[in-house]
Design a protein around this ligand. Structure first.
Ligand code: ZN
Length: 322
């Protein structure tokens, strides 16, 4: 069966061979084993903070047009090999402007890589631009104003990423109100670190989906809102276990959300940092969360339903799972 992925970060999903090459060009020589240790989180990772440290090195590879395009292209190529036919790839444009690229150049380079590989490998691929919680409102607004010009031509939505416990979602109301005004859909990383308030805020702001959404398990009221408004929950089991969003998979709320008729999807979050793929995530849901094939199919349908895609793309995807 085909796979559909809604939550995948570009910087956390770089091909290790390519990172080795790109860093070598910058005078940094690493063996593959050394790189693996620097890029992949250890099984005994203790927190989201530790997890986020794995992104420093990849970002060095995403400071040129070539690097950005290559990373986007290779990600789509690699996911096509496991039969992902639709992917939304997210990245924070402002994190790639350290060496002089403009926000516009960053977005165009990623969009180009996604488009070229998408055509070549038969994958619908588009970009979600991430505002960052630790950036100033001006920086985020500036990024958004550039990105909205690409809505429907490379960019499909907006996201908010970064340290959720230090920077609550309520500080970003203006950004999402502006997005709503422009008709740009958005997802927000919410409830990854236990905050029900961030989940509530995201729903009230009009998020079409929530990234992770683990804290939603604490509120029946908010679960009912997600069900009523068909707000998708982008679940990333391996990553959630690594960042300690859940301490044990036996407490993982996927089944609870499915039973509450909330459109849950299965995703990787960061393929390289988490050492995962869609194939592995689906296997985990089957074997460790004990979900049957029908639930996997339901999650794929949910992903199509809540994708930030045109109706005709969704129709084509539905046809592929029949
Ligand atoms: Zn994420």
């Amino acid at each position: 069966m085909i796979k559909v992925e809604l939550h995948c970060h570009l910087d956390g999903s770089l091909n290790i061979d390519s990172v080795q090459e790109m860093l070598k060009d910058q005078g940094m020589i690493f063996t593959k084993e050394e790189l693996r240790q620097k890029l992949e989180v250890r099984p005994d990772c203790t927190s989201l903070t530790e997890y986020l440290e794995k992104f420093d090195l990849p970002l060095l590879c995403l400071q040129t047009k070539e690097g950005l395009k290559r990373a986007a292209y290779e990600l789509v190529r690699d996911v096509a090999a496991e039969d992902v036919r639709y992917i939304e790839v997210r990245f924070a444009p402002m994190l790639s402007t350290d060496k002089g690229l403009t926000c516009q150049e960053v977005i165009e380079s990623v969009a180009e890589g996604l488009r070229e590989a998408g055509q070549k490998y038969g994958v619908f691929a588009s970009a979600i631009v991430c505002a960052m919680r630790h950036h100033t409102p001006e920086q985020n607004m500036e990024m958004f104003r550039v990105a909205r010009e690409y809505l429907g031509s490379g960019v499909c939505a907006l996201d908010l990423a970064g340290d959720e416990s230090a920077f609550p979602t309520s500080s970003f109301r203006e950004l999402f109100r502006e997005a709503k005004k422009c008709g740009m859909p958005f997802t927000i990383h919410s409830g990854e670190c236990g905050s029900v308030e961030n989940v509530r805020e995201a729903i009230e702001l009009g998020a079409g989906r929530l990234g992770h959404g683990i804290a939603l398990e604490k509120s029946i009221e908010l679960q009912m809102l997600c069900r009523k408004h068909r707000i998708g929950i982008e679940m990333c089991p391996t990553s959630n276990l690594q960042t300690k969003a859940v301490n044990d998979l036996k407490y993982y709320p996927l089944e609870q959300f499915v039973k509450a008729d909330i459109p849950v999807s299965i995703n990787t979050d960061n393929r390289t940092v988490s050492g995962t793929t869609m194939t592995k995530e689906i296997e985990l849901v089957k074997t460790r969360l004990h979900q049957p094939n029908e639930i996997i199919l339901l999650c794929t349908k949910n992903a199509i339903e809540t994708a930030f895609a045109e109706d005709d793309v969704k129709h084509q995807l539905y046809k592929m799972i029949k």
